[in-house]
Ligand binder design. Sequence first.
Ligand code: PLP
Length: 409
Amino acid sequence: MEAAGNERLARGGAGMDLTTAAMRDVQAREAAATIPVYGQLPFLPERASGCELITADGRRILDLYGGHAVACLGYAHPGLVRAISQQSKRMLFQSNAVALEVRARAAEALVSVAPSSLTRAFFVNSGAEANENALRIACTGTGRRKILAVTHGFHGRTAAAAAVTWNAADSWYGFPMMPFEVDFIPRNDVDAAKRMIDRDVAAVIFEPVQGIAGAFGLSPDFVTALRRATRAEGALLIADEVQCGMGRSGQFFAVQVYGIEPDLLTTAKSLGGGIPCAALLATEYLASQQKPGDLGTTFGGGPLAAAAIVAVIDAIREDGLLDNVRQREAQIREHCNTGPVRGIRGMGLLLGLVCDRPATEVRAALLQRDILAGTSADPEVLRLMPPLVLTAGHVDRLAAALADIGPRT
Ligand code: PLP
């Protein structure tokens, strides 16, 4: 089937025309009935299995993008499918107005894999919402009104999250006013970090590995300086692990690779393996400052999301996925620095392939070879954030495709 699909694609024959027509039809219907803000890729997946997206004409596209780093267990993982189907039959939803055994299990599982100082979870629905709550806890908890973020970082599209996102206000996703004072520490500038973090600062928010910036891992010295200076000045440190968390770094959380303990940590995307959910993790002290009613959400911590979180954490542990992430990273670094690639950066399975031409061109060439990768804010960096269940065979397939594309002539 795979060969047949590829052959049709190469020939551009009748099957290809029908598939293209179906894709154009669906894209036109979406564009007509939704607010058309997305540039969409030129294929129409019908179903997915393992690490592959399968189109109507049988193309099996190796998914190294994972639906924006969400599909951490790939597609149709038996443990995740079982957990959400059983939970949906038992009870699809109940709010936080009642205690739920599955929510308790999800919170226990999540704090058990988090840095040891983060003992409390608050469940929400998206990465931006988790960051929004973390920033609010920082401002109310310290009584200060200034937040520092790091240049090139991304934290989401709600008012507070966009305010701390690099370049958002001027050129991309600004609101008319900032909810607090914001300044940006130049990334990896240890001296600037020490100078800028003072007693006016409520918190510093940072992505240990900056995802949208093109899988840019902050230097250990810089991350350590952020931790030391915030602690010395009574400010909080917020690690945004929405993209790099939940096993993608080769540890459950990237701060564990850096060996630091933040005061607050946010996680989303891979957390539910595709069921939308997010969480804010906090220290015992910060949690104790919150009174009933201080935080809230309708859907956060719903039973379906909680069942998915438990299944994802179980699978990462039981399927040995942290080891797999480290092995696949090593394999990619060894074999994929070829063809258009002139350097590899990032951590675990959040990697940036630095290309010798615009990354959009390399992504198109890979897609012609049935491999999907992502781009990033850096025009030369192709972003890989595949399922953590990626196999050695998949990496071989990527290496062969890159070699086939070849260096720029
Ligand atoms: N933080 C980081 C590091 C992200 O990469 C993203 C999304 O890409 C967000 C926050 C926002 O998450 P969401 O889109 O779930 O609101």
